[in-house]
Design a protein around this ligand. Structure first.
Ligand code: FAD
Length: 322
């Protein structure tokens, strides 16, 4: 069976959930091989984690000579690895970094690239992808017709499946050109941890809009989110009012999320907001106006004041947790 390379998304060896999703998709196409570009000392630990999601092989690329140089060296390393193992496809997370790596890799390998897939299945002539476009109003089915298919996949495209893989570690020594070292990172500062999952990766997102009423009132949204272990999002109206930072904005000019569950609270459902959330698997809205457009796309709607509904929901959820 042909190998399918999966670029491991991680922060200092802490493997992110999209990696496991990609491994699950890779198993549909061939034999999943994880590619870990990171510290040599972390490779055994990372290998154990990805093996639990079906990685048969783990290529460990020591990044001591690459890190600090943005994405170009990673694309070179992947190209060299692909030249050695001739994979059937290469799957990369659809993060800003992942898409830049994939774009550079596609040019280097003279291969077709598909970005932001929300599903990947095996076809007769290679992987077949689904993309959700025009604010989720159209689904596009596509296939790479030249070279090695390089596909970036959005988080939450699939539920990761735990399947034991061999996880055999193979070290791969990449050589990085001077050109790839053309841009250097001069400082990094970790973002203040909120303790909540990342907005674009979270399985559950709880968002608040203008209906929340004030910055202080956003604690109602946060408390509800925490009861579900969810990430917090916001509409542009809430962000423009200064209630939440821009990094929380969901929509056309904010983040695109596709969680298993999206709960919109005090959000009317403008087209620009929908653009960032309408591929969510289940959509719930709480709005006091029963004619709010958001109710056109929900699976479950609650007509009511969020300041009454959400605390009542929190009490029930916490009681269930016992
Ligand atoms: P409103 O539309 O004011 O809706 C508030 C809702 O809260 C109403 O439905 C009301 O019934 C309900 N409500 C009020 N009080 C309560 C209560 N106590 N309990 C329950 N419900 C209550 N918007 C985005 O969100 N993301 C984007 O990325 C984005 N990009 C844009 C880009 C462009 C170019 C443009 C022109 C606009 C963009 N917008 C974006 C703005 C968008 O058009 C809307 O203005 C915005 O989404 C409205 O936010 P909202 O739903 O929170 O507010």
């Amino acid at each position: 069976m042909s190998e399918v390379l999966v670029l491991v998304d991680h922060a200092d060896g802490d493997v992110k959930k999209p990696t496991y999703e990609l491994l699950t998709l890779a198993a549909r196409l061939g034999e999943p091989s994880a590619v870990f570009i990171g510290a040599a000392a972390q490779s055994a630990d990372v290998a154990a984690k990805v093996a639990a999601y079906g990685a048969a092989k783990v290529y460990a690329i020591d990044d001591s000579g690459l890190k600090g140089y943005l994405v170009a060296p990673k694309a070179e390393a992947l190209q060299q690895l692909a030249a050695q193992c001739s994979p059937a496809a290469i799957l990369v997370p659809s993060s800003a970094e992942g898409k830049e790596i994939a774009g550079r890799l596609a040019i280097k390998m003279d291969s077709g690239l598909i970005t932001d897939a929300v599903d990947v299945v095996a076809g007769d002539d290679g992987p077949v992808t689904t993309q959700s476009v025009f604010a989720g109003n159209y689904k596009v089915t596509a296939q790479v017709t030249q070279g090695t298919p390089i596909i970036t996949v959005k988080p939450n495209a699939v539920t990761p499946e735990q399947v034991e893989g061999a996880g055999t570690v193979e070290e791969f020594a990449a050589t990085v050109s001077e050109v790839a070292k053309g841009a250097q990172i001069v400082a990094t500062e970790p973002r203040k941890a909120s303790g909540r999952p990342d907005l674009t990766e979270a399985a559950i997102v709880v968002s608040g809009g203008r209906g929340v009423g004030s910055k202080e009132n956003f604690s109602v949204i946060e408390t509800f989110a925490d009861s579900l272990g969810a990430a917090v999002g916001a509409s542009r109206a809430a962000v423009d009012s200064g209630w939440m930072p821009h990094s929380y904005q969901v929509g056309q000019t904010g983040k695109t999320v596709s969680p298993q569950l999206y709960v919109a609270n005090g959000i009317s459902g403008a087209i620009q907001h929908r653009a960032g959330m309408q591929t969510s698997k289940t959509i719930v809205a709480v709005n006091k106006d029963d004619e709010a457009p958001i109710f056109e796309l929900v699976d479950f709607g609650v007509v009511g004041d969020l300041h009454t509904v959400l605390p009542a929901a929190v009490a029930k959820i916490n009681a269930r947790k016992g």
